[in-house]
Design a protein around this ligand. Sequence first.
Ligand code: ADP
Ligand code: MG
Length: 404
Amino acid sequence: MRSRPGPRLVKVRPLFPESFFVFDMNKASLAAQFEKVFGRSPEFVTRAPGRIEFIGNHTDYNGGTVLGASIDRGVAVALARRTDGQRNFHSRYSGKTVTLPVGAPAKQSGDASWTNYPLGVLAALPHFGLKTPEGFDYLAESDLPAGAGLSSSAAIELASALAFLGATGQSPDRETVVKVGKHAENHFVGVPCGILDQGVSGFGKSGRLVFIDCAGPRFDTVPMPAGASFWIFNTHTKHALVDGLYAARHRECMSAAQALGVKLLVEVSPEKLRASEAGLDPVAFKRARHVVEEIARVDACVKALQSGDLAAVGKLLTASHRSSQHLFENSTPELDFLVDTLVAAPGVFGSRLTGGGFGGAVMALAGPSFDAAQAEKVAQAYAAKYGARPDVLPMNVGEGAAVL
Ligand code: ADP
Ligand code: MG
């Protein structure tokens, strides 16, 4: 029998049809595509990856730590300078070329709204003492689903930033490039994302995960043991009140910190929290416990990764999900069903919701015995229960943002 998703969830239409992801993302094919659109060769080709939140759920605004994986899918940008005062932006995402004058970028809407990401980067550069290029032809290409929680937005921001920096002969340090991308998203696009998205895209290394201490921020990498890959199951569902729910969790964390006499929950140890349980409101205690224990799980995960213990890593991932499910209450029955099904499948080390929660996607870390046929079984079990198939996206760790 089929049961339908509960009324709390709305369906999110994929932004790109599956046929979108056929493009070969190397320098030569980017140059060929650029040539087709603009009739000449690009001067600069750059690429930045999407990311998976590996572990560290809602820890960023609590001053905590997080681990992310830069993935082997991303956004590439090709660019050539112009001297006639025009800025031309093209992406198959909208199919049309958007022509804008040089000068201070103005926010775009409708079909041109995707250009707010590169325009936001142009607007951000001067805040970091950096020059912006005048006219140019600009092409974005992608093999990364947009709006799937894999941060195509950070990927297009970082690829754009590297292209604009190339065109102006500037090479600031990586942390500045990351901050330029975040500034574009926070202040021009208007999305209050944390440092995870741009930090992982900017500091990613193949064979490694990115560790971020959000309080600094401080960036580092830890080895990703060989023999495991990632599977994303995107449900295309989203809680109808998701923005309000994020804000409510943020508020609950801040008032729990206040009740505990600290500024941010990162300052509370699991022991201190347990000792304070009686004096705390039960909901505040649950939210705080999730955050405090999740930060401890990030630390434990770093150690397990360093010793190559994938089984221990997997257990921490699943424990993170159970904490989201029962303590932070940012999971949904759909995500729980996927995690339950995945952890019972052969070869899966662990599984958890990835991203803010309240719908969206689940990640599994799995060895080679979990293959496409196994993944298809999981997708079919979900479809039989919820009447719609999740997207199944296998991926590996890939390189961070770079000039190609
Ligand atoms: P996510 O970051 O999870 O993918 P967002 O809503 O933050 O979702 O960002 C998606 C937006 O980024 C798209 O709606 C589009 O405006 C922009 N974008 C992503 N990839 C491309 C691309 N290849 N070409 C043009 N715009 C893109
Ligand atoms: Mg985004």
